[in-house]
Design a protein around this ligand. Structure first.
Ligand code: UT7
Length: 321
């Protein structure tokens, strides 16, 4: 028994900051950002939008796509590092909004690899026969954690949410590899959330997102291909059998480098960071939803999902569409 993806959804906030807007805040320019990252714009929460609001919208859309009623949902797992409240968890807030009255709900945080860890967790519940229907969500309001005076980080991140509905099925495939290296924790850190609320207070910058970009880059381009190869070896599959690779959308140069290291064509690695920037745990499900809506996948396609990020953490999962 595995959890088969039978619906996807996403929520993208409507406030858009393009690279020109960032050039008004820090010393940067559109050409540098596009060339070094592939990012042109990012969407940010505004007004009533929050991490759980976006998650609930994405989950509602995914349930509609799957033709599943909220009461049928047994489990909601939310991957996030930017919930607006510590308690209740985002998953419980989503449950309340969408009316998934029978669901068990919890959050987990594995930074940008969070969606993969959440998917693995839901798969374990469904695989054991504990639950039949799960919603897995990645949702982030990184605009609350970014220092908008630090050009080395603020150009990268955006807000958004993506969700998938999983139904227990005999027909399907799921396998994964995930790893963590806590000894590299200092490479990517953030010690406080919801910092926009306190933006009038003087701050030294140390509580915001801090990153050694070069180290993360090197980590990603070595560990992602390693995880994908291990996954394929484990499943006795070759890269030729994979229709698409859905990678965490951090930097187009990372995606291209991974494709090259795997000896694969860039066309098998769709990207959307140009529009949304890096939305951390939301990036993989947002891209999945976008491609699902475009009817990119054929039934039976093998797809590899792969992510990396704070922790440091990384992993890869194989699904059959
Ligand atoms: O979800 C995981 C999260 N993190 C990541 O995935 C980050 C992975 N790393 C990266 O994407 C890249 O390392 C960055 C995009 C962050 C940086 O690109 P880079 O090619 O590694 O640039 P760099 O940090 O080596 O900086 C090159 C130059 C420096 O100037 P000098 O020393 O050569 O004069 C920087 O000061 O570019 C300068 N620079 C900028 N210039 C204009 C750094 N940030 C900017 C900026 N605009 N925003």
């Amino acid at each position: 028994m595995i959890g088969k993806i039978c619906g996807t959804g996403s929520y993208i906030p409507s406030l858009v900051w393009d690279n020109e807007k960032l050039a008004q805040l820090v010393e940067t320019d559109d050409e540098w950002i596009r060339e070094r990252t592939g990012i042109a714009r990012r969407h940010l929460i505004d007004g009533e939008e929050t991490t759980s609001y976006m998650a609930a919208q994405a989950a509602g859309e995914a349930l509609k796509d799957a033709g599943v009623r909220p009461e049928e949902v047994d489990l909601i797992v939310v991957a996030t590092m930017s919930s607006q409240n510590i308690m209740p968890c985002t998953a419980c807030e989503v449950q309340n909004v969408i009316g998934a009255v029978n669901a068990a709900c919890f959050d987990l945080n594995a930074a940008c690899t969070g969606f993969l860890f959440a998917l693995n967790t839901a798969q374990a519940y469904l695989g054991q026969g504990i639950y039949k229907t799960a919603v897995v969500i990645g949702t982030e309001s990184l605009s609350n954690m970014v220092n908008w005076e630090d050009r080395s980080t603020c150009i990268l991140f955006g807000d958004g949410a993506g969700a998938v509905v999983l139904k227990a099925s005999e027909d399907g495939r799921y396998s994964q590899v995930t790893y963590s290296d806590g000894s590299k924790g200092d490479v990517l850190t953030c010690s406080s959330r919801n910092q926009k609320k306190f933006e009038d207070e003087p701050r030294d910058g140390s509580t915001y997102m801090q990153m050694d970009g070069g180290e993360v880059f090197k980590f990603a381009v070595s560990k992602v291909p390693e995880a994908v190869r291990e996954l394929l070896d484990q499943e006795q599959m070759t890269t030729e059998e994979i229709a698409y690779y859905i990678l965490h959308q951090a930097n187009v140069r990372i995606v291209r480098s991974v494709a090259k290291r795997l000896g694969e064509k860039a066309e098998k690695f769709p990207t959307n960071m140009e529009e949304y920037g890096n939305t951390s745990s939301a990036s993989i499900p947002i891209l999945l939803d976008e491609l699902n809506k475009k009817k990119t996948f054929q039934s039976g396609d093998f797809i590899v999902l792969s992510g990396f990020g704070g922790g440091l953490t990384y992993g890869a999962s194989l699904i059959r569409w």
